[in-house]
Design a binder for this molecule. Structure first.
Ligand code: PLP
Length: 379
């Protein structure tokens, strides 16, 4: 299928068919497709300054950095072009901290079922063998442990450990929501050991879970946080944010040709400002809860649905068997785009501006394909 146009929460393919988009450019199109605020910012900046290299400041880069600092617990920012790159930067910064403050500690603890990106180092960080096996041997310095288990982190910590990196909710791993006190316990452990607490908010950040950043819901403050995806609402951007006390890069120790690109930063600034000024995270919470209720009622109706889980507009529907791939194709046939995050689970990550009416429409399609599935099994 080739997509040729997008508007709001709808996309069109080259055959002229229109689809309701619950994939959202992989949890990226926060404001939906071609939102006027984003388009206008791009047009204006394209006529002003497109690329400058990040050895210079540019106005859009400064404005975006300031908006992020004012609305988060972090103090300093480095812009890059993707999530994997933001995480690479986070690990480099943690290693720098380890070298300068922790006697050369360099190991980073990560969790099973996590996803941190596709570079070689982030493949080692990502605790999923399906991503790791094709590339073994992988770079050294990562220890994967059980998610939602602070004792596993404690057992894996030693004098070589410089940091722990976690997703507040695991996205690609299946929308795994940890216990409410997990992040707080991990943060306490990191503080006790003097190691860095990194949150990868690449999928959960920028309103996706019902607050601007997911960490706000868990009463913690990361030392380092990474962003990408929804930050640009469709333009490619990543960001590494850090507290002042761990910001130990000296000029030249890290860099990126396109990082902080003014065209991209102008678009991301316009999108983020719109999201903040219009209370989009609150709306995500309301519509996300509405969607969860609808999915819960499907669960009552179909006994092969085993779980509905998630927060805000990052939601999964799990089944007792591996039917997710089939369901994706059936939904496609009924002009709804969804993702099979696992062989037995669908994931929904629509634009943050989705309405209750559009949720109703998606639920109707899901009900139809689940009924067909039920009659197939019954046969
Ligand atoms: C939590 C998380 N971290 C990192 C990444 C990697 O981001 P990118 O694909 O932009 O490199 C992803 C992508 O899905 C993600 O969900």
């Amino acid at each position: 299928m080739t997509l040729v146009r997008g508007q709001g929460v709808w996309v069109r393919d080259s055959e002229g068919r229109k689809y309701l988009d619950f994939v959202g450019g992989w949890a990226v199109n926060s404001l939906g497709h071609c939102h006027p605020v984003l388009v206008e910012a791009l047009e204006k900046q394209a006529k002003t300054l497109i690329q400058a290299s990040n050895q210079f400041y540019t106005i859009p880069q400064i404005e975006l950095a300031q908006l992020l600092v004012e609305n988060s617990c972090l103090d300093r920012i480095f812009f890059c072009n993707s999530g994997a790159e933001a995480n690479e930067g986070a690990i480099k910064l943690a290693r720098r901290y380890g070298k300068l403050r922790l006697d050369g500690a360099y190991e980073v603890i990560t969790t099973y079922s996590s996803f941190h990106g596709r570079t070689l180092a982030m493949t080692a960080a990502t605790g999923q063998s399906k991503f790791q096996e094709p590339y073994i041997p992988l770079p050294d310095g990562f220890v994967n442990v059980e998610y939602n288990d602070v004792e596993a982190i404690k057992r894996a910590s030693n004098e070589r450990t410089c940091a722990v990196i976690l997703e507040p909710i695991q996205g690609e791993g299946g929308v795994n929501v940890p216990d409410v006190d997990y992040l707080k316990k991990v943060q306490s452990w990191c503080r006790e050991k003097g190691i860095i607490f990194i949150l990868d908010e690449i999928q959960t950040g920028i309103g996706r879970t019902g607050t601007l950043f997911a960490y706000e819901q868990y009463d913690v403050e990361p030392d380092i946080m990474t962003l990408a995806k929804g930050l640009g609402s469709g333009v490619p951007i990543g960001a590494l944010l850090a507290k002042e006390e761990v910001s130990l890069f000296s000029p030249g120790e890290h860099g990126s040709t396109f990082g902080g690109n003014p065209l991209v930063c102008a678009a991301a600034y316009a999108a983020l400002k719109y999201i903040i000024d219009n209370g989009i995270p609150r709306r995500v919470k309301r519509v996300g809860n509405y969607f969860m209720t609808k999915l819960e009622s499907l669960k009552q109706q179909f006994d092969f649905i085993t779980e509905v889980r998630g927060r805000g507009l990052l939601i999964a529907l799990e089944f007792s068997n591996e039917i997710a791939g089939e369901l994706v194709m059936a939904c496609l046939g009924k002009e709804l785009l969804v993702n099979a995050v696992k062989p037995n689970a669908l994931r929904f990550m629509p634009p943050l501006i989705i309405t209750e009416r559009e949720v109703d429409r998606a639920t109707q399609v899901l009900e139809g394909v689940l009924s067909e599935q039920k009659s197939k099994v019954g046969r």
